[in-house]
Design a protein. Structure first.
Length: 259
């Protein structure tokens, strides 16, 4: 089984790249299921129900989110009923939505998708360490194929979680920093790991933002309204190949496709 995981989709450029390219990319790469991190799809911060449905319609089987989940007021009610769009599981228990989804692959094999938020700079309601074992056990009752999106700032948290879940999850893939890392590997227990899947959007930028605006705020400390950049758009992520019967990964390869 081949799993395509796509890193943070940023703004209109990233969304357009997915809508125009994902259907053919799935065919070219012969993937069985596609998971997309979509927390930055609405003008670079957050997601709306309409945009979520557009990404699902063009070939994403599940969407994961992150620290900007609540930036759009209308998303709360949508997440309360959505089955294929999940938010970090370690938000407050009273928050709408869920942190785990089970979606069918191309051949009907169930695939579990889990979303958690790291602690450094992101301040989730609960540490992911308090709930991740329970989430994975819940997933394993349905399927051995389990993909965990850890949306985190710290590389150490991402690497540590991959080792902790080695042999229990098919893949532990990092999002949030928008810079694709070169450490794709399969751990001894059969878990594919990648510190950050990268960014789907404009790379002639500062992690998706117009460089001049990001630099102005860094140099002066003054507030500035960020705008999504436009140039150098590409799709980034990874392909994980695994045994559908056991959930063990056999390979992981980086994806970097100009759009």
């Amino acid at each position: 089984m081949k799993i395509l995981f796509i890193g943070d989709v940023v703004g209109r450029p990233g969304r357009t790249a997915i809508e125009e390219r994902l259907p053919s990319l799935r065919a070219e790469l012969d993937v069985d299921v596609c998971i997309v991190n979509a927390e930055n799809v609405a003008d670079g911060v957050g997601i709306t129900p309409k945009l979520a449905e557009r990404l699902l319609a063009c070939g994403a089987d599940a969407l994961t989110l992150g620290n900007h989940t609540w930036r759009r007021a209308e998303i709360g009610a949508y997440l309360g009923t959505a089955t294929r769009v999940i938010r970090p599981a370690n938000f407050a228990a009273s928050a709408p939505g869920r942190g785990i989804a089970i979606v069918p692959a191309r051949n009907g094999t169930p695939v579990a998708v889990v979303n958690v938020l790291g602690s450094l700079f992101l301040d989730p309601a609960h540490s992911m360490w308090e709930i991740v074992d329970e989430l994975v056990e819940e997933a394993r009752r349905e399927t051995p194929v389990i993909v965990v999106d850890i949306h985190a700032e710290a590389t150490s948290e991402k690497v540590a979680l991959a080792h902790w879940l080695d042999g229990r999850a098919t893949a532990v893939l990092g999002t949030h920093t928008h810079v694709q890392t070169s450490d794709a590997r399969v751990l001894p227990g059969g878990t594919a790991a990648l510190t950050d899947a990268g960014m789907t959007g404009p790379h002639d930028s500062v992690i998706g933002v117009e460089a001049r605006l990001a630099i102005h705020r860094m140099r002066t400390g003054m507030p500035v309204r960020f705008e999504t950049a436009q140039g150098g758009v590409r799709i980034e992520g990874a392909i994980v190949e695994c045994d559908a019967a056991t959930g063990r990964a056999s390979s992981i390869e980086l994806v970097r496709v100009p759009a």
